[in-house]
Ligand binder design. Structure first.
Ligand code: FDA
Length: 395
């Protein structure tokens, strides 16, 4: 079908998520004529479901080393120029009440809807045109202009911004569209995989699935990376913040370890033998961990009888195991359950200042579509705001 109407803009932003809206508002308020196109029926759908409906919109400890990317330096420029404090100032200008929950994570007191409304107001202030419910049917580039066919219209602009996110949570409208488009223009894509995602267990670890619902504070480790937070045992394997964090570093075939004794000084078990010789390992563990977990761990350690009758060496070995309990997950719960996608449009092909493709003038990529992935806790939205702002300044 031929498009019925043709509209000219300075920039076309594909995707009305956090990154796209921030980019459009920034460019619009600089006097640029901006069009945002999204196939969803609502803007900012992932913002609406984020943080349990309260949106963990940034993290005051944002720093480049809390992001994963093939180029760990790429995010520095954008994160340095548009900071958590900048976004917080915007939130406050809009009168949105907020609080710090834990570990620097900032949430709305009220609802994530306030963040979407704020971004839409900012777009409005920049005269941005937003077309929702519009499927993008074709994109071409000739004579210095991008032509985007969407719905029954054709939009033309010298700049195009890819802000269509990654494929995590496909039922929310998430797609791999950004990667197809990037490849169409000759950009490379770092293999996307699910991140901030529960891990699944099989084999010998299956026993732990019987503990579904039990959680404990642990230190989760993958090589030199460690997170101290809660781990949750599920009917499929492992979840909870500590596991989601470490999942971003884990790859198929690798192991992770959990320290079930994060607060106990070294030698805790041999010390317990001296002070409470009559108790079993199970009882000692029950004093620290949920009973069901303590029982399974004690059972797996296989040391029966009172501590007083167990040689120190055996107790030291048991303590070592409890401090580095190894799991070899057999997979993840996949993109259907992943909070974000790791990998994406290769940063090597983009300017870290402007997010513009080095060899394709006018083409930009921002947000989750790009190979920059933050920790759990507001870091991913901060990347969406910062990269969106950087591109918005450059359009
Ligand atoms: P985002 O995915 O938000 O937006 C992309 C837009 O493009 C969407 O509107 C989509 O409809 C549109 N689109 C996709 N394909 C298209 C196509 N083919 N045609 C047209 N439009 C298309 N982060 C954080 O920092 N704090 C938090 O509290 C949370 N919580 C959270 C909870 C849950 C359940 C999830 C799934 C994720 C989070 N996140 C998070 C991560 C955060 O949501 C994510 O990093 C950002 O939304 C990424 O913003 P983008 O704008 O890049 O993509």
């Amino acid at each position: 079908m031929m498009p019925a109407g043709q509209d000219s803009f300075d920039a076309i932003v594909l995707g009305a998520g956090g990154a796209g809206l921030m980019c459009a508002a920034t460019a619009g308020q600089r006097g640029k004529r901006v069009l945002v196109i999204d196939h969803a029926d609502q803007a900012g759908k992932k913002i609406l479901i984020s943080g349990g409906g309260r949106c963990n919109f940034t993290n005051i400890h944002t720093a480049p080393d809390r992001y994963l990317s093939a180029n760990p330096h790429f995010a520095k420029s954008a994160l340095g120029r548009y900071t958590a404090a900048d976004f917080l100032a915007l939130v406050e200008r809009h009168g949105i009440a907020w609080h710090e929950k834990t570990l620097g994570q900032l949430f709305c007191d009220g609802s994530a809807r306030q963040i979407v409304a704020m971004l839409l107001n900012e777009c409005d202030a920049g005269g941005v045109t937003i077309h929702l419910n519009h499927a993008i049917t074709s994109i071409s580039h000739a004579d210095g202009h991008y032509r985007v066919a969407h719905g029954d219209r054709l939009a033309i602009a010298p700049a195009l911004v890819i802000a269509t996110g990654g494929p995590s949570i496909p039922k929310m409208g998430a797609t791999g569209f950004a990667y197809d488009l990037a490849r169409q223009f000759g950009l490379k894509v770092v293999e996307p995989r699910p991140a901030l995602v529960p891990l699944t267990l099989g084999g010998e670890d299956l026993l732990f699935r019987a503990l579904s619902g039990v959680s404990a504070e642990v230190i989760a480790r993958h090589r030199k990376t460690a997170f101290r937070e809660a781990a949750l045992l599920t009917h499929r394997g492992l979840s909870g913040p500590a596991i989601l964090q470490i999942s971003s570093y884990w790859r198929h075939g690798e192991s992770i370890s959990l320290d079930f004794l994060p607060d106990q000084p070294a030698g805790w078990l041999t010390e317990a033998k001296r002070t409470r010789a009559r108790i079993t390992i199970m009882t000692a563990l029950r004093g620290l961990l949920p009973d069901r977990l303590a029982d399974v761990l004690a059972d797996r350690l296989g040391l029966v009888g009172d501590l007083g009758n167990i040689p120190d060496r055996k107790l030291q070995e048991a303590e070592q195991r409890l401090r580095g309990w190894t799991f070899t997950p057999n997979g993840t719960e996949g993109f259907a359950k992943a909070e974000v996608t790791i990998g994406g449009i290769a940063t090597a092909d983009l300017s870290s200042q402007t997010m513009e493709a080095r060899r394709v003038p006018g083409l930009h990529a921002i947000g989750e579509a790009v190979d920059v992935t933050g920790w759990l806790g507001g870091y991913n939205f901060q990347w969406a705001w910062a990269s969106g702002w950087a591109a918005g300044q450059a359009l």
